[in-house]
Design a protein around this ligand. Structure first.
Ligand code: PEP
Ligand code: MN
Length: 314
């Protein structure tokens, strides 16, 4: 691949002073992760799981509890989020916690509950693998392996996850630059797995009012420079349930391909991340409030392919 800053992109003609020049500068900046960047012959990656395509035309909401707690908690949530429009069920069986005294997850029992929820609802499952030793077991039950923020630079885990052949939902490390994030994605590709979904989940900054700072510009930038699907996790990004819906709308407007949102039948009683978890009614409201944004997103995507629309924007 040409890393000399003169890449010729059909989608961004305009020479060094136009969009093409701007785009090729990003290629210089992210020269360590060339294969995750858009380029000639590198089409948008679409990750297919069961009947869902992530990175395609459809916006993909993923929702569920922070942690799998009980069969009834998980089933009630799975049925509810499916009816409300979620396409993928999330839920942690292995929980990386900042405090060693917090609930660490049900492990294998939680994975079995997730598999049962898939049987009952048809929803695909995304769940976290925390160590390379757990990857074979998690991969047996999950449709997508989540690599958590705290594990983004755990290279033996990334390698084992990549080699499992399952799609990888890669969360941005909480102190990772966009460059670090793309390098981790490149590492997964280098180990033979092209099915990587990038997830912006907020980063640590000097701001302390919120759990993290939602880096919406990262979503917009990643959508411009990478062919990998990009999703947003507004729950961990802000840590407050009343901010989850507005951040979700912002994520759609920034071009995200989907969302990862925490939902629980009784959020105040959730065993982990209660403050940021939505109840069922709040999730329904959030989904309804996203509708016009998703419609605009689809209209914009189709307009981009209309020759007349292209002429209209020059
Ligand atoms: C999670 O999604 O359950 C989680 C622990 O998120 P993060 O790795 O982004 O903190
Ligand atoms: Mn959580």
């Amino acid at each position: 691949m040409d890393q000399g800053g003169t890449l010729d992109f059909p989608q961004c003609a305009g020479g060094e002073n136009g969009a093409g020049g701007v785009r090729s500068k990003w290629h210089d900046h992210f020269a360590d992760s060339p294969d995750v960047l858009k380029g000639p012959g590198r089409e948008q990656t679409i990750v297919s799981v069961l009947d869902v395509e992530i990175g395609g035309d459809e916006f993909i909401p993923m929702a569920g509890p922070c942690s799998v707690e009980t069969e009834s908690q998980l089933m009630a949530t799975a049925h509810h989020v499916r009816r409300a429009g979620a396409r993928i069920l999330r839920g942690g069986a292995f929980k990386p916690r900042s405090s060693p005294y917090s609930f660490q997850g049900l492990g294998l029992a939680g994975l079995k509950m997730l598999a049962h929820a898939r049987e009952e609802t048809g929803l695909a499952i995304v769940t976290e693998a925390m160590s390379e030793c757990d990857v074979p077991m998690v991969a047996e039950y999950a449709d997508i392996l989540q690599i958590g923020s705290r594990s983004m630079e755990n290279y033996s885990l990334l390698e084992a996850a990549a080699r499992s052949g399952k799609p990888i939902l890669l969360k941005r490390g909480m102190v990772a630059t966009i460059e670090d994030f793309l390098r981790a994605a490149q590492f997964v590709l280098d180990h033979g797995n092209p099915n990587v979904i990038l997830c912006e989940r907020g980063i640590r900054t000097f701001e302390t009012a919120l759990r993290n700072t939602f880096d919406v510009a990262a979503i917009a930038l990643l959508k411009q420079i990478s062919h990998l699907p990009v999703i947003a996790d507004p729950s961990h990004a802000c840590g407050h349930r009343e901010l989850v819906a507005p951040l979700s709308r912002i994520a759609v407007a920034a071009g995200a391909d989907g969302l990862l949102v925490e939902v629980h039948p009784n959020p105040d009683k959730a065993w982990s991340d209660a403050e940021q978890t939505l109840g069922f009614a709040e999730f329904d409201e959030m989904m309804a409030s996203l509708e016009p944004y998703i419609a605009l997103r689809s209209a914009a995507a189709h307009a981009a392919y209309e020759p007349q629309a292209m002429e209209a924007v020059g």
